[in-house]
Ligand binder design. Sequence first.
Ligand code: C2E
Ligand code: MG
Ligand code: MG
Ligand code: MG
Length: 281
Amino acid sequence: KAKDAGRNRVQFFDPKMQIAVSARATLVNDLYCAIHYQQFILFYQIQVNHHGQIVGVEALLRWLHPQKGMISPAQFIPLTEETGLIVPIGDWVLDQACRTLALWAKDPATQNLTIAVNISVVQFNKDDFVHKVLNKLKHSGANPKRLKLEITESLLANNIKDVKAKMVDLQQHGITFSIDDFGTGYSSLSYLKQLPINQLKIDQGFVRDIIHSRNDKSIAQAVITLAKSMDLQVIAEGVETNEHRQLLHRMGCNFYQGYLFGKPRKLEELNLLNITNVTKP
Ligand code: C2E
Ligand code: MG
Ligand code: MG
Ligand code: MG
């Protein structure tokens, strides 16, 4: 730091920092272009029940950058939240998801599948969020009961009254809620009984080493027990092996998502037939 270097020395701007700043500016600029040129793609990853039947999918955003190729959301979502760009991008995601739901509604084989959409705190906290979601559903003709919103505990850290009012409004229209990455946030558990939540999602961080880590297993078990006792659904994410699935099943978890059942794919490449090539527990 400049101060540590001493008062009489002139400290120049760290060139590494300069690069970071300009890289960020370039990325922000590229993100504006991405919206304009529609460089986003929505991938879908299937979610199954304990019979291996598909119950729905999670929509996961991808950015097809003209030079850098496919960029994962972890690399650009935080920046879109800081700049507010997540709002138009999130609108696009919801539009796509509603369209897919409307499409699926026409076929008995797909009409009961849900689509879970990740919602950023920034997006949810906009005054017109509820209005927007309802409008998109109405416009597309999608069944609100098939739309699930994945929110995180960070949303529940403050203005819980506002959050509750919006959730109740959406829930009354049939929309359901899942708490993503459950157990990784800092919120108190008391919100669970105050809010219209349908599902807890066990974070993949607890699933990854669940076979060998007693701690991870204990946490996953606590989430499952909590969910059951509050009549909430519980789904595990990051299920990669049969061992994962079998253990989670024995622990009482009924829904799974992960590479074992399928990686996130484009709509056209999604295989919505039942998963049969997996050993049953
Ligand atoms: P998330 O919602 O917790 O999504 C789960 C992540 O785990 C996804 O990463 C998914 O591809 C990955 N995953 C699924 N199964 C497995 C598995 O078996 N093993 C491993 N190692 N990973 C698995 P992805 O697609 O890179 O998304 C990262 C995060 O970006 C998401 O985490 C979500 O928080 C955020 N995100 C994605 N799409 C959107 C979006 O449309 N809007 C917002 N606001 N955030 C999004
Ligand atoms: Mg999610
Ligand atoms: Mg998650
Ligand atoms: Mg996660």
